[in-house]
Design a protein around this ligand. Structure first.
Ligand code: SER
Length: 400
């Protein structure tokens, strides 16, 4: 099943069960929202999860583009992405958590062909404030899934320090080659696939919780992960979500085509694809806020490209326009390859200036090549030199 079929199947499943489809919106939250980017499908629905009436009713479904900088250090493995799409379903004071769990397993099994013996569930095990979610745990057990109780860090959902929150129950899929082993808490080959959150509380600025008068259910599943699991693909990068990027990048930079070391290619692909979507939502690279996140993504990609092939005469301007148009299509954006190309090229020029300034600065200040933590901090904060770039420039400088 390709991504479009999976999106359509998900939407139809919930529409047949009385849900109305909402348009997945921009990565930019509405004015007044304190966060930089939309990080989950529920994010734009916050007022409705707090009790406001939604014009489309109490059962909703949709696909939302999301950006998470919290996962940046993990990007490069087989499952983490900076920008991704989240499939979601919501009950705004309608059905309860167990019904959502039943819908979830039915859809994964009957429509996406995921075998229950390759699935594992987790539920909230309780903390000092709230007891364990035994209802969720019993429901999973009744549905025939093994269930593990985990703590607040894994199974309590909130979208920020205040606002609606509650216990989370998650479905994991086995991605190992042999039969399943261990549990999600003990074996990382269990991949987190679909979160079902029962939003029952409001968190206040002093940390206290009060029950919400309307109890809602919020579910979210990363599209790229579902496509990977449904097709038994080894990574999210081996799905059609990345079809326009792979093989475009190794065709230009053959050093990236190394199956033994996929990390650099994955980081570059993730960061460039994410940048295209961020640019598509109107952000431009600047030294602060959203624009800084974009700049960091582009510098991350450019650093990896430079490390892979320092002498290459190619530029981001050599990328085929299809990587932009096809990515924009996937994310339902208009897609303006000429505009994206000019943003990428301007940022690449700045990066090259940074690189040559960095080279002379390092040769002058640190000829021996030994830097303390404070030196790295200074180079980053004062001269905008990322640590990986500094390390690489130094290695090459010392090698002669
Ligand atoms: N809000 C939950 C998450 O992002 C479920 O949608 O995982």
């Amino acid at each position: 099943m390709n991504s479009s079929q999976i999106i359509a199947t998900f939407g139809e499943f919930f529409e047949r069960r009385g849900h109305r489809c909402i348009d997945g919106g921009s990565l930019l939250p509405p004015p007044g929202d304190p966060v930089l980017f939309t990080t989950s499908g529920m994010h734009p629905l916050t007022p409705y999860l707090e009790g406001k009436r939604h014009p489309l009713g109490r059962r909703l479904t949709g696909l939302q583009r999301c950006l998470r900088t919290t996962d940046l250090t993990e990007v490069g493995d087989s499952t983490h992405l900076t920008v991704f799409q989240m499939l979601g379903s919501w009950s705004l004071g309608d059905y309860d958590g167990p019904q959502s769990q039943r819908f979830g397993l039915e859809l994964l099994h009957d429509h996406f062909g995921l075998r229950p013996e390759l699935l594992h569930a987790t539920a909230f095990g309780g903390n000092a404030q709230i007891g364990p979610d035994t209802t969720a745990a019993e429901t999973w057990a009744d549905l025939g899934l093994p269930v593990e109780l985990l703590g607040e860090e894994d199974n309590w959902w909130s979208n920020g320090p205040t606002g609606p929150c509650g216990p989370d129950s998650e479905i994991f899929a086995w991605t190992g080659t042999g039969p399943p082993e261990g549990s999600p808490g003990t074996d990382e080959r269990w991949l987190e696939l679909w979160n079902h959150v029962t939003l029952r509380y409001e968190r206040h600025p002093d940390g206290s919780l009060t029950p919400l008068t309307q109890r809602s259910v919020d579910t979210g599943m990363g599209l790229e992960r579902l496509v990977m699991v449904a097709n038994r693909a080894p990574s999210v990068f081996d799905t059609d979500a990345f079809a326009p990027w792979l093989p475009a990048l190794p065709a230009l930079w053959p050093q990236l085509a190394d199956p033994e070391h996929p990390r650099p290619l994955r980081i570059i692909t993730d960061h460039l694809r994410s940048s295209v979507v961020v640019i598509g939502d109107g952000v431009r690279p600047v030294p602060t806020g959203r624009g800084y996140v974009l700049r960091r993504l582009l510098r991350g990609a450019l650093t990896e490209l430079w490390r892979a092939d320092p002498g290459s005469p190619l530029t981001l301007g050599d990328l085929p326009p299809e990587v932009v148009t096809e990515t924009a299509d996937q994310f339902r954006q208009p897609g303006e390859p000429a505009e994206v190309r000019s943003v990428l090229l301007a940022e690449e020029r700045r990066f090259r200036q940074l690189l040559s300034r960095g080279r002379s600065l390092l040769a002058r200040l640190y000829p021996s090549g030994s830097l303390t933590e404070a030196d790295y901090q200074y180079l980053h904060d004062t001269h905008g030199l990322p640590r990986e770039l500094v390390t690489d420039v130094l290695t090459r400088m010392l090698a002669g």
